[in-house]
Design a protein. Structure first.
Length: 371
C-alpha cells in the first residue's frame, strides 16, 4: 500500500515527506497505522552518519499506533489493538535466550541494515527498494511494518493515556530508566550522578527516584533542563561549565555509587569515572565518536572494584519492562509527559531543530488520529 514517509538523505538537506510503498506482510509481521512517533538522538546520529545505516532511509523508532493487519504467526497483538514499538531482535541467539535482546548477536541486520534481516525490503519508492525497517519499524510514516518481537500491546489499565504520549517509551525513556533499574541496578540510599539531562538522562533521574537513590545529581549545561531535572527528582543540579566534579565531591566525599553518562563525550565519561566510590559503576549510553578512546588508571580500576558498563536499550526485555514503566506512569512516579513537545508530522524538521537547540526535551510527531 502507498503511504507517506519522512525520508532522511543525510545532514545536508532536510527530511522530506514523500510517497513510499509498504511491502506485503510476512507471517511474523504487523501493519501499524501510525498515530505518533518520538524523535530520538539516534535518528540524528543516523542522519549525521555516525551509525552505519544506509541512506536515504525512513527513520523513526519510537512509534505508537493501531494494528490494522497481522501475519499468521503473530501473537503480540491483534487488529484494533493500541500498541507501542521498540527495537527488534532475532529471538534465538545466546543474548536473546537470556532475555537480553538489546545485545542480540544479530542486532545490526534486524535494526540498522535498511532491510529485513534476510535482505528483503519493507519499503519501495518509485518501484525501487527504499531503506527502511529501522529498529524494525521506520515509524516516521503514516503506516509501518513492525515485527512480533518489537510490538507491545498497551494494557487496558492505560486505555485513557493517549498514544501520542506513550510513543517515546519505546527507546529513550526505556533506555534511561532501564540503565538505572536494570543495567546498574541502583540501590536505595546510594548516590548517583546523571551527566546529560536530555530524554535519557531525565528518565534515569525519574528512575533513580523510584529506586530511592540519594543523592540524585543532575549535570548539564542547560539551566532550564537542570531546573526540570530537580522537578523530576534530582536532589542537586550542577552546570557542567561550573566545576561540577568539584561540587559532586563536596556532596559525596566518599564518591559516587553510580555515574550515568548520556553525553558520549569521552572526557566527561573519564571525569565521571574519577568520581566513583569503591565498587562504583559508570554506565554509558551516549553516541560516541567511533574514533574516541577512554583512559582509566589501572590500579584504581582494579583496586577499587570499579565497573565501566556499556548499556544498550536499558537492558530491556521490551514487553515486560515497557509495561512496568507504563505502570509507574499510571502511579504518577514516571511523569515523562513533562518532557514532551508535540509537532505535526509535516513539522518534522522544526521538531528536530527544537530538540537540538534544547527548546524541547522530547519532540513527538503527531502523525494520525487514534480513531
Amino acid at each position: 500500500m502507498e503511504v507517506k514517509a519522512a525520508v532522511c538523505s543525510g545532514n545536508t538537506e532536510p527530511f522530506t515527506i514523500r510517497n513510499v510503498t509498504l511491502d506485503d506482510l510476512r507471517p511474523d509481521e504487523l501493519r501499524i497505522r501510525m498515530v505518533a512517533s518520538g524523535i530520538c538522538h539516534t535518528d540524528m546520529a543516523v542522519r549525521d552518519q555516525q551509525l552505519p545505516v544506509p541512506l536515504p532511509v525512513v527513520l523513526g523508532h519510537e512509534g505508537a499506533g493501531i494494528v490494522e493487519e497481522v501475519g499468521s504467526n503473530v501473537t503480540s497483538a491483534q487488529p484494533g489493538d493500541r500498541v507501542v514499538m521498540s527495537f527488534n531482535s532475532c529471538g534465538h541467539c545466546p543474548s536473546c535466550d537470556a532475555e537480553a535482546p538489546t545485545y542480540c548477536y544479530d542486532f545490526f541486520p534486524h535494526n540498522w541494515s535498511g532491510t529485513r534481516a534476510d535482505g528483503s525490503p519493507t519499503l519501495f519508492a518509485d518501484g525501487e527498494p527504499m531503506n527502511g525497517n529501522f529498529f524494525g519499524q521506520s515509524s516516521f510514516a503514516t503506516y509501518a511494518i513492525a515485527h512480533d518481537r518489537n510490538v507491545v500491546k498497551v494494557p487496558d489499565s492505560a486505555s485513557d493515556i493517549p498514544l501520542e504520549r506513550l510513543a517515546p517509551i519505546g527507546c529513550g525513556l526505556m533506555t534511561g530508566a532501564g540503565a538505572v533499574l536494570r543495567s546498574m541496578k541502583v540501590r536505595a540510599g546510594m548516590p548517583i550522578a546523571v551527566f546529560g539531562a536530555g530524554t535519557v538522562g531525565m528518565a534515569a533521574i525519574m528512575a533513580a527516584k523510584i529506586a530511592e537513590a540519594n543523592p540524585i545529581i543532575a549535570v548539564d549545561v542547560n539551566d532550564e533542563r537542570l531546573a526540570l531535572a530537580k522537578e523530576l527528582g534530582a536532589t542537586h543540579a550542577f552546570n557542567g561549565r561550573d566545576d561540577a566534579p568539584g561540587k559532586i565531591r563536596e556532596v559525596c566525599p566518599q564518591g559516587l555509587g553510580y555515574a550515568f553518562d548520556t553525553t558520549g563525550i569521552n572526557t566527561v565519561i573519564e571525569q565521571a569515572w574519577s568520581l566513583l566510590a569503591p565498587k562504583g559503576v559508570v554506565g554509558m549510553v551516549g553516541a560516541s565518536d567511533p574514533a574516541d578512546e577512554l583512559n582509566f588508571n589501572e590500579a584504581m580500576f582494579m583496586g577499587g572494584g570499579r565497573t565501566v558498563m556499556g548499556i544498550l536499550g536499558g537492558d530491556s526485555d521490551v514487553g515486560p519492562f515497557m509495561l512496568e514503566l507504563i505502570g509507574y506512569h499510571l502511579e504518577g512516579r514516571f511523569p515523562f509527559e513533562k518532557l514532551i513537545g508535540y509537532f505535526d508530522f509535516g513539522q518534522i524538521n522544526e521538531a528536530i531543530e527544537a530538540s537540538e537547540s534544547g527548546k524541547v526535551v522530547k519532540p513527538v510527531l503527531r502523525i494520525g488520529n487514534e480513531s
